[in-house]
Write a protein that binds this ligand. Structure first.
Ligand code: NAD
Length: 333
């Protein structure tokens, strides 16, 4: 029976890259896509960028593939991406970053997984103005969420045969909030004696990642540091065009690229579809379709290694459609 998956095309470049990814996935196994729109475009009709039907669809199907959604800067509605993660309690944001064949970067041997807490920290969205000339934003760190994400990171490490988990924090300055995050990570680590545990202050982590990323394995971070460090890690292995992501909870999972809606490229058949195609690979793995996931992964690696159908960000001149067609052509029949 075909899997039923919610498809949120997103806006900006979202519709063209998710269309490309669906074609690739459809070429290896049947999926029934339930398409639901969200974002600014649906506000006039529903009065809300994240109407209930989107949440209901993901809750029902339990799995979604999502394109990026634009969030206005400094004004307008609350981020749909953040709200979706909080409403569905998608507490673990998983962003792998590893070297891919054919993409030359400054680093070899990078094979990292960033595990970012996805529901609290400064992204809780509790902020207010204090008079005209000040503003306050509240950072929430709880024992429950910190323990849950640390356990998720260790379980993932164990499942994937990984050797080390590094907890990233700023507990030297934020002794109570980041201190609690670190305390929880340390406690969880005691139950995983087979996995090395270390902790690192976030600024030192950034420096170490650009000096010797091959020394790191699984990183676990509170929400804000996780957001920033995962983009840094994407930069180590070829940029946002090849950086997939997953938002995982106990009841549902939403797969989406790390990058945003890149509005300046929207509708130009220009951007790299691989980040969303690789998010589709993570989705298929999550669905237990390991063979189909492997098929797409090998096809992606072949296209990258051949270097003849690459988008601009990887030094080529191919468009979104040409690159995804090359991936489909590389899938063995
Ligand atoms: P962006 O990721 O959209 O773009 C940053 C840069 O990366 C741009 O120069 C763009 O050209 C390049 N880029 C992005 N995706 C690419 C791809 N697939 N192939 C090649 N190049 C690519 O970041 P931004 O400009 O800061 O954000 C634009 C909008 O996206 C904002 O409204 C932001 O809030 C939103 N956003 C959404 C999500 C999400 O939906 N999960 C994530 C991040 C940002």
């Amino acid at each position: 029976m075909a899997h039923r998956v919610t498809l949120i095309p997103g806006d900006g470049v979202g519709p063209e890259i998710t269309r490309a990814a669906c074609r690739v996935i459809d070429s290896v196994l049947p999926v029934e896509w339930e398409v639901v729109e969200a974002g600014e475009a649906v506000i006039p009709e529903y009065g809300n960028p994240l109407p209930d039907y989107v949440l209901e669809s993901v809750k029902k199907n339990k799995v979604a593939l999502k394109g990026p959604l634009t969030t206005p800067v400094g004004k307008g509605f609350r981020s749909v991406n953040v709200t979706l993660r909080q409403e569905l309690d998608l507490y673990a944001n998983v962003r792998p970053a590893r070297n891919l064949p054919g993409i030359s970067t400054r680093y070899d041997g990078v094979d990292l997984i960033v595990v970012r807490e996805n529901t609290e920290d400064l992204y809780a969205g509790i902020e207010h103005r204090v008079g005209r000339d000040a503003a306050e934003s509240i950072k929430i760190i709880t024992r429950e969420a910190s323990t849950r994400i640390a356990r998720f990171a260790f379980e993932l490490a164990r499942r994937q045969g990984r050797k080390k988990v590094t907890a990233v924090h700023k507990a030297n300055i934020m002794k109570l909030s980041d201190g609690l995050f670190l305390e929880c990570a340390r406690q969880v680590a005691e139950s995983y004696p087979d996995i090395i545990f270390e902790d690192m202050i976030v600024d030192a982590m950034c420096m170490k990642l650009v000096q010797s990323p091959e020394n790191y394995d699984v990183l676990v971070l509170p929400n804000l540091y996780g957001d920033i460090v995962s983009d840094l890690c994407a930069g180590l292995v070829g940029g946002l065009g090849v950086a997939p992501g997953a938002n995982i909870g106990d009841a549902a999972a939403v797969f989406e690229p790390v990058h945003g809606s890149a509005p300046k490229h929207a509708g130009r058949n220009k951007v790299n579809p691989l980040a969303v195609i690789l998010s589709g690979v993570l989705m298929l793995q999550h669905l237990g379709e390991v063979e189909a996931a492997g098929c797409i992964m090998r096809a992606v690696e072949q296209v990258l290694a051949e270097k003849t159908h690459l988008t601009y960000d990887l030094g080529g001149t191919a468009g979104t459609d040409e690159m995804s067609a090359a991936v489909i052509a590389a899938i063995p029949r």
